[in-house]
Design a protein around this ligand. Structure first.
Ligand code: GCV
Length: 681
């Protein structure tokens, strides 16, 4: 079955912005008193919208229906501006509490919409808000990002990698940046992607895979002029380009004998290479480094710590305002399954927490949200709570590696929201959520490719949208964000159609969880491609991802009392909660405990009956979604309807496969009959 459409001859789906021009900007009289490179982008959006829908620029503010102005500190009183109520109110709000560089105020009064910002970046974001959401409600609304770093990482390869393809863990066609070992000549699609990203507040993009193979290593040197072309495209949308680099670059590219980070010639190589990057790309964002992880080289080869490894790269970037994103995904991937003392979940804490305070100021430690690997359900990584003198970015995965690979509907906004709201100190007054601990911002792995819908599954666009919006406003309600996305993406859909789309997506993560690995135990996926069930697929492997099911019970004992001790990496009260069988939340029970099948959950069900029931329910949920979607056939565009219809057939098949294999596996292991009398194989 073909689930992606990589024809480049047709324009891709417009997603949450109108493809060519915004009808929200057209047909209006527009006054712009602002300047800067990003205001040029704003002006050209208005020009295109006016060509398509009418409207014109005016010279006198009192003639305007849309006003875009920059305010400075202190604000120069401009009597003409003060005559327009929307402007007056927006400017007063800006004066009362100064705008941050990317912030803006939207005000609407007497048929005039005013966008007031302090920089061209803020003005761009204000106009993009208007394009996405249409006219604001009467009144004054202030928007500003919670954090200045809101970034997407691409795992794109330049050549089709024999195992991983064009995009590692990509499910939406080929790379939009690279083809045949080169940067694409035609970057129109990148420009449209950049516009979409800016509209949800993304301001940094790393364009190549963190697994940096030989060809991709050259992006840092020989291929720089081509990288600069991509950076030019992103720049007009206020997005800085980053590169993933190979830690051994001084050897691979520079011909040095060693990449030992403490050797002066190695530090010098990084400085010179970095200076050349900035000659080509003055606003270059920095490096992403996966070191000593899954075969990538790193400082361990030279007996150096990760801080010693990161700091010379940081020193090379610092004079240019660049950042090193250093990934904390470091663990032993040659584990012996017989060895019960090693626990992959504990690895990152062990490597990085002792180094707290040793990283340079422009190093951001990029920590996956959970201690294992983007599973459907994991506890929040304790590393995020433990580092108090290191910049930490929370890494999420928009590409659905373990959550249905953009063949299954799985809206991840609610999952990310739980992570961002998690409080290591418990529910006490003043306890800070993860959203506040992310001093290095938010990063996610993108889900985009050359597919017509950008994301393979049209409804997977909602995940890209939600990541952007949550990185701007981490405590926003993910279901409100979902409705925003539906409104912007299906502008012509009636209320019924919008409600149906909402109902299919809102609980789709919970549904996916029901029919896959139970109660937080994780994996149970095919080890070949991480798609579909294979309960023992990783059970005797070297990757450290086990469930330990036997005839009596299932789960990983990570307690301090009798298990690996991982629970002890949390501060109180979570350390005690996770340790205690009675207090551990049901949805993480098998992540922390090995329990007998007749263990009674807080829900009142036994573990085995929960497994039987949820797997049946999960498939029923998908069947309901399928029926609901079928009812939309004449209510939304036919291309989207057809693609989702095809994918739902696959989701129903795959969910049924999961249900049958999981139920059968546990029935055979435990010998416990299903209390409802359901037959198992
Ligand atoms: C880019 C998981 C994925 C790998 C990925 C790795 C990482 O192990 O399966 O494909 O590599 O995470 O995040 O570096």
């Amino acid at each position: 079955m073909t689930t992606t459409d990589t024809r480049d001859t047709t324009r891709e789906h417009p997603a949450w912005l109108p493809g060519e021009s915004s009808r929200h900007l057209g047909g209006r009289r527009v006054y712009i008193d602002a300047h800067g490179p990003l205001v040029d982008t704003v002006r050209s959006e208005f020009t295109r919208a006016m060509a398509a829908h009418g409207g014109r620029f005016v010279d006198v503010i009192t003639d305007a229906e849309i006003v875009v102005i920059l305010v400075t500190e202190p604000m120069a009183p401009n009597p003409a501006h003060a005559d327009v109520a929307a402007v007056r109110e927006a400017a007063a709000a800006a004066e009362a509490s100064p705008l941050t560089p990317e912030g803006y105020i939207l005000a609407r009064r007497d048929s005039v919409t005013a966008i007031v910002a302090a920089t061209d970046h803020g003005a761009l974001y204000g106009v993009l808000d208007l394009m996405r959401n249409g006219e604001p409600a009467p009144g004054v609304r202030r928007e500003q990002p919670a954090h200045p770093i809101r970034m997407l990482d691409h795992w794109d390869n330049m050549t089709v990698h024999p195992v991983m393809g064009a995009v590692e863990r990509g499910y939406a066609g080929d790379s939009i940046f690279f083809t045949d070992g080169e940067v694409r000549r035609d970057l129109d699609r990148v420009a449209r992607y950049a516009r979409l990203l800016a509209a949800v507040g993304i301001n940094r993009v790393a364009i190549n895979n963190v697994n940096v193979h030989r060809t991709e290593a050259l992006l840092l040197t020989d291929k720089l002029p081509d990288v600069a072309r991509v950076a030019d495209v992103f720049r007009s949308w206020g997005i800085r380009l980053h590169l993933s680099v190979n830690f051994a670059s001084p050897v691979l590219l520079g011909g040095l004998e060693s990449a030992d980070p403490l050797l002066p010639e190695v530090a010098e190589w990084w400085r010179e290479a970095t200076d050349r990057v900035y000659d080509a790309i003055p606003d270059f964002g920095g490096y992403v480094v996966k070191a000593d992880s899954e075969g990538q080289p790193g400082p361990f080869s030279y007996g150096r710590s990760h801080a010693e490894g990161a700091n010379p790269l940081a020193a090379a970037l610092a004079p240019h305002d660049g950042i090193v994103h250093w990934r904390a995904f470091v663990y032993n991937h040659h584990q012996d399954w017989r060895d019960r003392s090693t626990d992959r979940a504990k690895a990152a804490f062990g490597h990085f927490v002792p180094l707290d305070g040793q990283f340079a100021d422009n190093v951001v430690l990029q920590v996956k949200h959970g201690p294992i690997d983007f599973q459907t359900r994991e506890p929040v990584s304790p590393v995020i709570g433990a580092l108090t003198h290191t910049n930490v970015a929370v890494e999420l995965q928009v590409t659905q590696e373990y959550t249905g690979q953009q063949k299954h509907v799985c809206y991840l906004g609610p999952a990310w929201s739980e992570i961002l709201r998690f409080r290591f100190a418990g529910e006490t007054d003043g306890a800070r959520p993860v959203a506040d601990l992310a001093t290095g911002g938010f990063v996610a792995v993108s889900n985009v490719g050359t597919d017509h819908f950008l994301t393979g599954h049209p409804l997977a666009q909602a995940n890209l949208y939600a990541f952007g919006r949550l990185s701007w406003e981490p405590l926003a309600d993910p279901l409100r964000i979902l409705d925003e996305w539906i409104g912007a993406t299906f502008p012509d859909a009636d209320d019924h159609a919008r409600a149906v789309i909402h109902s299919i997506l809102d609980s789709s993560w919970a549904t996916y969880e029901k029919y896959t690995a139970p109660l937080g135990v994780g994996f149970m996926v095919s080890s070949r491609d991480h798609y579909g069930p294979d309960v023992d697929g990783y059970e005797y492997s070297r990757w450290g991802t086990y469930h330990f099911a036997d005839r009596d019970g299932v789960g990983v004992d990570r307690t301090q009392a009798t298990g690996t001790g991982f629970a002890g990496q949390y501060p109180s009260p979570w350390r005690e909660r996770y340790e205690s069988l009675a207090e551990c939340p049901d949805d993480l029970l098998l992540f922390f405990h090995h329990v007998p099948y007749d263990h009674v959950l807080k829900s009142g069900s036994t573990v085995i009956q929960h497994i039987y029931d949820t797997h049946t329910e999960g498939v029923q949920d998908v069947l309901r979604s399928q029926a609901a979607w079928a009812g939309l056939s004449n209510r939304i565009d036919s291309a989207t309807h057809e693609r989702v219809t095809t994918l739902l057939v696959e989701q129903v098949r795959s969910a049924g496969d999961w249900r049958d294999q999981i139920q059968t596996y546990f029935f055979r292991k435990s010998g416990v009959a299903d209390a409802t009398g359901r037959p198992h194989y």
